[in-house]
Design a protein around this ligand. Sequence first.
Ligand code: PA5
Length: 460
Amino acid sequence: MINFDWKNVDASAIGEEHGLDVKKEFSEYKEKISEIVSDLYSSRDISGKWLAWMNLGYKDELIKEINEYARGLKGKFDNLLILGIGGSALGGICVTEALLKPYWNLLDKDQRNGYPRIFFVDNIDPDQINGLLDILDLKKTLVNVITKSGTTAETMSVFMILEERLEKELGSSSKENIVTTTDKNKGILRKITENKGYKSFIVPDDVGGRFSVFSAVGLLPFALTGIDISEILKGIKNMDNELQNTDLEKNIAAQNALIHYLMDKKGKNISVMMPYSSRLRFVSDWYVQLWAESLGKEVDLNGNRVNVGPTPVKALGATDQHSQIQLYNEGPNDKLINFIRVTEFDTELKIPQVLQDTGIAYLGGKVVNDLMNAEADATRVAVTDYKKPNVTINIPRVNGYYLGQLLYMLEVQTAIAGALYNIDTFNQPGVEQGKNYTYALMGGKGYEKTAEELKQKLHN
Ligand code: PA5
């Protein structure tokens, strides 16, 4: 199992002013956490609670269907192009970056075992999209358009471009190059899917975008690129089993949620996610969305205006030791740093015993693996010396099993933190407002009045 180390938030490590008396807090919050965890687990099947993401590790039929579909396509496409944004892209980016061989898209087809390269379009920069279209052979490209609402302007505009180009190039057979992932009934993409007869997978009810990585949203791209999804699911189930434990002493998701909540109360409301692994770098992007959209809320569940939410920040070890760590060590004490430390890397990289008559001779004969972990440990000690709270998630190695554990733990942690803040963790009115304003500005039907108001605001 991955393991969680909170000792550097304790007053014994960083002093009373900035640290917590963790044992005391754990005993004071024991009952509250127990209630939250049992409520969470007993509500997972209740429709309307938006907790169906907790059941995604157990969808054997869907997994069979996805694997069969992926097997049928093996070797057929050179490229897999994912269109999606926010929760419909970040999980896919995070997991494929971690689990596919590094520099996957630069490998030749044999090195990729016949699986396609993977590209994500999760923005609408015309230069970048045109640049990608210039290099992709669309005949050899499978487009997976992912949008739960089926209406998101960014995703749908790029889809319209791709659909038209595919139809021009391939005629009626172009539908073989498109697979959609969207709500089972609602949304424009569902209608288009039905009209055109596209192969389609479902974003299940009661699973919000940012909690959808283990639905077809993520699993389909993973299977299509040859990632063993059964390992990921094993990891989720294992963690799920652990996190049902209502005892705070044994529940690492509850521990980290509570530590964040208490640190926020002490004025440390910035949550930094800093994995010491390039393969895990997009875990930070995924976490930033999960934490920000779930916990940044204007009102609590009683309707009081609270404007809560810790600010998540992404960082990468060791790279950001040469950028952000100066601030973390010497700047304001307003952060809680989450280090992720990988015990064993898949390969070993030895530093040769060269340049022996120079000041860097000490590196010769060592392995880069040890250098990476020495950097992680050195930074943990340094920030602790500066009395800056930090926790460490130790992950034995980067593989599907442990990544499933890690992401699921962070999801449950978010749900528990939301309950501590007494907010609706699963809505996103702030995101919806931005979407609606975009529809209005672009001439969307039904948004005429908003468009008028916006024009006035913009020209004031
Ligand atoms: O987490 C969320 O709900 C959002 O970030 C959505 O994933 C994002 O806005 C994209 O929405 P959709 O999947 O409907 O296109």
